[in-house]
Design a protein around this ligand. Structure first.
Ligand code: NOJ
Length: 527
């Protein structure tokens, strides 16, 4: 199982639809806006989209509280508009992922309303209910006193998101179903039906929300949840083999090897090596992220976990690297533009499939103190409107400022696409150049081989190989030269010549008789 071939050259662009492009002046983004910007996205170098949930919803969690899986929220357009978006993307050889939210629905979903009724009906077993109005649920959040049914129900996330019933790994109470009981199987079939619905209308796959959350009281390796996924993805394997799934799991071994996802995100979850690269939110004291110029550049905080995951999933699926997502503070909060250039160049040249969060290509700031919007809380600062030009509301919408979904960047010199395109040194051009190179060089694509060439604890640079290409990154403030004798796995062509002009470079560097040199805060690729 390694998935459709197109993933090898895929670069995703994540769109938070509320904030991307409004075309009807109501202050909120829409499908038409995304269609109008497809050429922009393609030209940037992204050939696939992930659109956050765009279904009918009361929006108490920005749409992750789905009220109707098969109808889009009218604020974005109609189902037909979304089908047209699929078509327009396909015409440009782009793929589109929707967000599948299989672990919970909104408390306003018709299934849940039926499930909460006193009498038994088709949906009584669709969610997880205890058998007494006052009975708790050990180790799980639950709600009592809301419905006429004589029971309490389990939550999967917020209060508005009751957990769907996929059964328990270990059954300890009479009201709990095992994995293979009939009700959990009905939930699976209902979710397959949702997948089939969108795939049959042209969707190319799904980003799967909280993919690891389905089976409750599962074992440590999440084998029950993995079993459910191997079943759910039969829809893909048997009926839509060109489609794919990426999981919000952040444990590639479990997600890819166990649950057969095509890709799994590296996220800023606690204990994850990804954090040590760009958002060091784990340790007390100063931010020691690898890409910060003054942080000491310790790639060894990242490598062991990454190499172990990469070696394990190679040939079966991919690690998906993100610049950011709708839950995560933008890198611009803590990294300078130069630091981000290096970080993006690195993330976009690792094996696996990269995801770029809208606006990261122009350096949209993270807004610290925005009041929460639609359950965003501190995530709200990462969800502000795209900044296109210096026109009204930075080109996002023609609505009055007071009607906007979230305010646009108020600063005089707000970053815009228009300015970034005109400036050859912009972050935007770095992204475009590196993605163009990635598409042109098979070695840099998802399947291209990866090996460590030079890595030292608490010291720069880090050198790595992708097929026949040698890549180096030096986030520190001083130039460094590594003698040839200290390198391993040097591509043959290079070892012979020992001198080469970079194919791509930020900041300067090259290969010469004495070794590989990287200037301060630099990144380079040599053949
Ligand atoms: C993860 C999503 O990324 C997040 O935005 C959402 O709030 C939760 N899952 C609940 O669905």
């Amino acid at each position: 199982m390694s998935g459709p071939k197109w993933l090898n050259d895929a670069v995703f662009y994540e769109i938070y639809p509320q904030s991307f492009q409004d075309t009807n002046g109501d202050g909120i983004g829409d499908f038409e806006g995304i269609i109008e910007r497809l050429d922009y996205i393609k030209n940037l170098g992204c050939n696939a989209l992930w659109i956050n949930p765009c279904y009918d919803s009361p929006f108490k969690d920005a749409g992750y509280d789905v009220r109707d899986y098969k109808s889009v929220a009218p604020r974005y357009g109609t189902n037909e508009d979304l089908y047209r978006l699929f078509d327009e993307a396909h015409r440009r050889s782009m793929h589109v992922f929707l967000d599948l939210v299989p672990g919970h629905t909104s408390e306003e979903h018709a299934w849940f309303r039926e499930s909460g009724r006193a009498g038994h009906n088709e949906y009584s077993g669709r969610y997880i209910w205890s058998d007494l109005w006052i009975a708790g649920m050990q180790g799980h959040p639950y709600i009592a006193g809301e419905c006429e049914r004589n029971g309490t129900y389990m939550l999967n996330f917020f209060k508005c998101q009751p957990a769907l019933n996929y059964g328990f790994g270990t059954v300890t109470a009479p009201w709990q179903d095992g994995l293979d009981d009939p009700e959990p199987h009905r939930t699976r079939e209902a979710m397959k039906d949702v997948m089939r619905f969108w795939l049959s209308h042209g969707c190319d796959g799904f980003r799967v929300d909280m993919a690891d959350s389905l089976v409750k009281d599962d074992d440590d390796s999440k084998s029950g949840t993995a079993e459910v996924w191997r079943d759910l993805r039969r829809v893909i394997d048997e009926e839509y083999p060109e489609a794919a799934l990426v999981s919000e799991w952040s444990n590639p071994k479990q997600a890819v090897l166990g649950a057969h996802f095509n890709m799994d995100f590296y996220l800023d979850h606690p204990g994850k090596a990804y954090n040590t690269l760009v958002r060091d939110n784990e340790t007390e004291g100063p931010d020691r992220s690898f890409f910060r110029k003054d942080a000491g550049g310790d790639i060894e905080r990242f490598l062991p976990q990454f190499l172990s995951d990469y070696e394990a999933v190679k040939g079966h699926g991919y690690i998906a690297f993100i610049t950011c997502n709708h839950d995560t503070p933008r890198m611009s909060r803590t990294l300078t533009e130069r630091e981000r250039k290096l970080a993006y160049a690195f993330l976009f040249t690792l094996p696996g499939v990269p995801f770029l969060y809208y606006g990261d290509e122009i350096g949209i700031p993270y807004f610290e103190d925005l009041p929460t919007k639609e359950g965003g809380y501190t995530r709200t600062g990462t969800r502000t409107p795209m900044q296109w030009n210096h026109g009204r509301n930075l080109g996002f919408s023609t609505a009055d400022a007071a009607k906007l979904y979230l305010p646009v960047d108020p600063s005089e010199d707000a970053a815009t696409v228009e300015d970034a395109e005109a400036d050859p040194d912009s972050l935007y051009h770095t992204v475009q150049d590196i993605l163009q190179l990635r598409h042109a060089q098979d070695d840099l694509k998802a399947d291209g081989e990866f090996a460590v060439v030079y890595a030292k604890k608490e010291s720069c640079p880090f050198l790595y190989r992708r097929g026949s290409l040698l890549l180096g990154v030096n986030p520190s403030g001083s130039a460094v030269t590594v003698p040839w004798e200290e390198l391993s796995q040097v591509p043959d062509q290079l070892a012979g010549h020992k001198s080469a002009e970079p194919l791509f470079c930020i900041g300067g560097g090259g290969a010469a008789a004495e070794g590989i040199t990287l200037e301060a805060q630099s990144f380079m690729i040599v053949r």
